[in-house]
Design a protein around this ligand. Structure first.
Ligand code: SF4
Ligand code: FES
Length: 253
């Protein structure tokens, strides 16, 4: 396959960016999108040009590092029949001769570091604001002694699959981080060890979410549509119910 790529190039957060066009030849349809970028970067390096900066780590869809906007959708979801991360999107999803636009996440809370790399540490600060679990959870036999209902266990597991990629923020017209925050809150709220700080945790995490500049949720649903881990949209409803409950707790717990 031969591909025309139009890639966002930006030296740093302070400089202006622009789309630059590249031709990528001999792309195998079995390559992942990131392997296709590797091919281009090898070519740029040989020519003495600056390679394109992009984030990645696991390349297995589990670390959440590789998010970029492809042809206008986060992780190229619009080109894939299934939910995917960029590293799991394959070039067979595109036609030979296609022109593909590649941009970084566009959100004020995720400033561009370089080219396609953005700073997503605002997510880390939301998680940190949630604090730690104060109860002694013991070891494996104690865990087995505390039965968790199947529905709650499944819901906790589904929420825990959030990889913190930030696609939900990039897709949301409000740049809300509510699906991410709801996933993190729901994960612990379903489990026994999450109960002592359940309501204090939601207040702290939501306050940090707002302080970091993420917008509010207006139930548009683009976040869930592009989420590579298919975090259910109704985790945000659960977050709202927990927030209301927290307002009636005297010490916030
Ligand atoms: S909720 Fe989905 S889209 Fe948002 S950070 Fe988690 S995995 Fe990524
Ligand atoms: S590189 Fe880890 S999810 Fe894509």
């Amino acid at each position: 396959m031969n591909i025309t790529l139009r890639v966002w190039r930006q030296a740093n957060a302070a400089s202006e960016g622009r789309m630059v066009t590249y031709q990528v030849q001999d792309v195998s349809e079995d390559m992942s999108f990131l392997e296709m970028l590797d091919l281009l970067n090898e070519d740029l390096t040989v020519k003495g040009e600056e390679p394109i900066a992009f984030d990645h780590d696991c390349r297995e869809g589990i670390c959440g590092m590789c998010g970029v906007v492809i042809n206008g959708t986060a992780h190229g979801r619009g080109n894939s029949p299934v939910a995917t991360t960029t590293c799991q999107l394959h070039m067979r999803s595109f036609s030979d001769g296609a022109t593909i636009d590649v941009e970084p996440w566009r959100a004020g809370s995720f400033p561009v570091i370089k080219d396609l790399v953005v700073d997503r540490t605002a997510f880390d600060r939301i998680i940190q604001a949630g604090g730690y679990v104060s109860v002694n959870t013991g070891s494996a036999p104690d865990a087995h002694a505390n039965a968790v209902g199947k529905l709650k266990a499944d819901r906790a597991f589904d929420a825990a699959t959030c990889i913190g990629c930030g696609a939900c923020v990039a897709a949301c017209p409000n740049h809300s981080g509510m699906l991410f925050t709801a996933a993190k809150i729901t994960h612990l709220a379903m489990l026994p060890q999450g109960q002592p700080e359940r309501h204090l945790r939601i207040k702290k995490m939501l306050a940090t979410h707002d302080a970091e500049g993420f917008g509010g949720c207006t139930n548009i649903g683009e976040c869930a549509a592009v989420c590579p881990k298919e975090i259910p949209f109704d985790t945000i409803s659960q977050l709202n119910r927990d927030l209301i409950a927290s307002l009636f707790k005297r010490d916030g717990k």
